[in-house]
Ligand binder design. Structure first.
Ligand code: UD1
Length: 340
């Protein structure tokens, strides 16, 4: 059984990926500092897979602890690196926190991978690196635009750090997955997204509004140049996204990669507007969602969706779950955590 280290493995995407890794026969070690996650997630994972993953509470910013961790855990075959801060607005207010938490941790991790002969690394990147795209759908060849937030910048810098490191270390193999907008939850409702405080992202805000935790959803603008005036995103079911990590990891473990730094878009290839998401949620749940249209949110791009040809053809991976599946699983999860 190959041992895989998952950093940030108790987070939203991390926890779903741990489930898929365990279901594919990998042994998983999670490290997480619990800054934006909870130990209950470990129980959620275990209730699905019936196999408790190994867990260590560890803060990757503390270099001595990272060094010590790798001394204690031999024979790690690969690393999937999720641990990072991800709130765009917060990153504008606390840039140094974002640069430290997202960049120094990657450096320490890559240094220890080198020291311990760990050659396979999957990195969580984001479609945010494309900024406002010139052409849709977005291919991996699209230029990386100047980031509009420190968060976005950390993803660009991280990709550069990985690329530069791969350049001088031919044994190291890395894949950066550029996620579009992950939504939904595991169908069991045992794990899902757990936003701290007021959710910034669309779907958790919708489900909390439907649960009565929030009075109404604010739609940020309906005067964009899109079919219905609201912004367009590529919403991907988190379980599909999790599966992409397993496929990417297997590609590296089997040495099927064609270069030692590869980048893949991970989305559905389909753009959906905010108002369409609301309509789909109302249809799936049979309830009316209270919402009002407000000002545009500063920094929002108008329209982003992926060209997924590269992931489909080269990784042999394709998003399979529908928007309806994603929204009903997100709603089931919200009901589960609210006991409704
Ligand atoms: C952004 C980043 C993404 C990052 C994520 C983390 C881009 C293209 N994407 O996603 O890389 O990982 O933040 O938080 O930069 N909306 C409302 N009302 C709400 C919330 C959202 O109308 O209460 C709208 C937004 O205006 C947007 C859409 O819903 O059009 C999705 O917003 P959100 O879920 O916050 O994700 P992004 O901003 O696309």
């Amino acid at each position: 059984m190959k041992k895989i280290l998952v950093t940030g493995g108790l987070g939203y995407i991390g926890s779903h990926t741990v489930v898929e890794l365990q279901n594919s026969g990998f042994e998983v070690i999670i490290i997480d500092n619990l800054s934006n996650s909870s130990l209950n997630v470990l129980e959620g994972i275990t209730s699905i897979t019936k196999k408790p993953p190994i867990f260590e509470r560890l803060d990757l910013r503390i270099k001595a602890d990272v060094i010590d961790f790798f001394h204690r855990h031999e024979q790690i075959a690969g690393v999937i690196h999720f641990a990072a801060s991800k709130a765009v607005g917060e990153s504008v207010e606390q840039p140094l926190h974002y640069y430290e938490n997202n960049i120094s941790t990657l450096i320490y991790l890559l240094q220890e991978c080198k020291a311990h002969g760990i050659h396979n690394v999957i990195f969580s990147s984001s479609c945010t690196v494309y900024g406002e795209p010139d052409r849709l759908p977005i291919t991996e060849e699209a230029p990386v635009k100047k980031a509009t937030s420190p968060y976005g910048n950390t993803k660009q810098i991280s990709e550069e750090i990985i690329e530069d490191t791969c350049e001088v270390d031919p044994q190291l193999k890395c894949i950066a997955l550029r996620y579009f907008n992950p939504i939904g939850a595991h169908h069991s409702a045992m794990i899902g997204e757990l936003p701290v405080g007021v959710p910034q992202n669309l779907v958790p805000f919708i489900t909390q509004t439907a649960a009565g935790v929030r009075k109404e959803l604010s739609v940020f603008g309906n005067d964009y140049e899109t079919s219905d005036g609201s912004c367009i995103r590529d919403y991907i079911h988190v379980v599909d996204l999790a599966k992409a990590h397993v496929v990417a990891l297997e590609r590296l473990l089997q040495n099927n990669n064609t270069s030692n730094f590869e980048i893949f878009n991970v989305g559905t290839g389909k753009g959906t507007s905010v108002l369409e998401v609301i309509k789909a949620f109302e249809t799936v749940t049979g309830t009316k969602l209270p919402y009002k249209v407000v000002e545009r949110r500063p920094g929002d791009v108008v329209s982003v969706y992926a060209d997924t040809t590269k992931a489909n053809e080269i990784l042999g991976w394709k998003a399979e779950r529908s928007m309806e599946d994603a929204l009903s699983s997100a709603w089931k999860w919200e009901q589960h955590i609210r006991n409704i």
